[in-house]
Ligand binder design. Structure first.
Ligand SMILES: Nc1ncnc2c1ncn2[C@@H]1O[C@H](COP(=O)(O)OP(=O)(O)O)[C@@H](O)[C@H]1O
Ligand SMILES: [Mg+2]
Length: 366
């Protein structure tokens, strides 16, 4: 009995196209470790993010395609991932082990920026990624409360700050240092110093994603971080109210100024789903987010319903994605994480995976 050749297997896999990158998974170099022993074929499909929402479909399509070849008796597909880095240029020694840095911004406070940041981080983590969350809102650090994580972070022997752990996330908050009960007002050089220290002195280790809860607005505090951190992309949180558009536009301008791609807008408290009849009521007005995103030329990434449980989850330190993943808001948060992971994978497709990049650098002849 014969056995398939490597070319047979690759040709069978070639019609499988990554929907985001618009290319064959073979040509994208996703197929690794191909082994053929008689009728037994095994290989890995290396995705660009563990948060890939089409993981299961890829696996099934690949198995079906190879199983259909003559002489194949057994197919073993392993799904792996090597998160591409969509990181932008920035001071080289900052956040070196972090593949993607996502800023969550808003024009003003109280729109749900921190709620989105926490649940986005958890959504990314659920999909198997290693995720950090940096609470950089110096005016009102709320992550310690939202994740019920308190205390003083340890200092490592290398004199770095070790992030705290909560819900499988690595967490650092300005609140751990300054206390999170009273809002802190730091200005000018102090803001710069403390944020710079957070960016450079926290031992994040290797992360697929770092989510940053920015200070609200487009003032010095937010701008400083956007300039100092190697941001891969930004998410702007708004509510449906008319005034939110003006704020969102300012946010967009800020990111354009520092050359950070805006991944899109999240409209929070978009509607209230009546628990009895499941009808959706637009309590704060309708279509604001869609109108904003169209007018600003960016995507509307998600519309998050207003849910009383989201408030409770935040107050009790049991975030929605962890405590009520199948609630309407929980589902939207998880979808949002998938959408963002895909967008970053597309941005990162032009950049090589991080490990390869350093090898290339070492081998470059002078
Ligand atoms: N989708 C939502 N449904 C109901 N309440 C929400 C929702 N998103 C946020 N909240 C609540 O609104 C308040 C402000 O949210 P927060 O995330 O702290 O905003 P910000 O960080 O923008 O100041 C909090 O009490 C939070 O629980
Ligand atoms: Mg906040």
């Amino acid at each position: 009995m014969g056995q398939p050749t490597e070319a047979d297997v690759l040709n069978a896999l070639r019609p499988i196209v990554d929907p985001d990158l618009g290319q064959s998974i073979v040509d994208l170099g996703f197929i690794k470790g191909l082994e053929i022993e008689g009728g037994r074929v095994s290989f890995q499909i290396e995705l660009t993010t563990p948060a890939c929402p089409v993981k299961a479909e890829f696996e099934r399509a690949a198995r079906d395609a190879v199983s259909a070849l003559p002489d194949v008796t057994d197919v073993e597909v392993t799904m792996t991932s090597s998160t591409r880095t969509a990181q932008r240029a920035a001071p080289p020694e900052i956040l070196t082990g972090v593949r993607n840095v996502i800023a969550v911004a808003s024009g003003k406070g109280g729109v749900g920026k921190s709620t989105i940041a926490v649940n986005l981080a958890l959504g990314l983590k659920e999909s198997g990624a290693t995720v950090g969350l940096l609470d950089a809102d110096i005016y009102g650090p709320s992550i310690p409360l939202m994740l019920n994580v308190h205390g003083q972070p340890e200092i490592t022997p290398e004199r770095k700050i070790r992030p705290m752990e909560a819900y499988g996330l690595r967490v650092m908050s300005i609140g751990f240092v300054a206390g999170d009960d009273a809002p802190v007002i730091w200005r000018g050089p102090l803001v710069h110093g403390i944020i710079g220290q957070f960016l450079g002195d926290v031992d994040w280790g290797e992360l697929d994603y770092l989510v940053i809860d920015l200070p609200p607005g487009t003032g010095d505090a937010a701008l400083t971080i956007c300039q100092d951190a190697p941001l891969s992309g930004a998410v702007i949180v708004t509510t449906p109210q008319e005034v939110a558009l003006i704020d969102a536009r300012k946010g967009l301008k800020m990111f354009q100024r520092v050359n950070v791609p805006v991944l899109g807008i999240v409209e929070n408290m978009s509607y209230f789903e009546c628990p009895g009849c499941h009808e959706q009521h637009a309590i704060f007005g309708k279509g604001g987010g869609a109108r904003d995103s169209e007018e600003l030329g960016v995507d509307l990434l998600a519309q998050v319903p207003f849910e009383p449980d989201v408030v409770r989850a935040g107050d009790q330190g049991t975030p929605t994605v962890a405590s009520a993943p199948d609630s309407p808001a929980g589902r939207v948060f998880k979808e949002l994480a998938g959408t963002i992971a895909r967008k970053l994978a597309v941005l990162g497709a032009e950049a090589p995976p991080m490990a390869d990049a350093s090898i290339e650098w070492v081998n470059t002849p002078r």
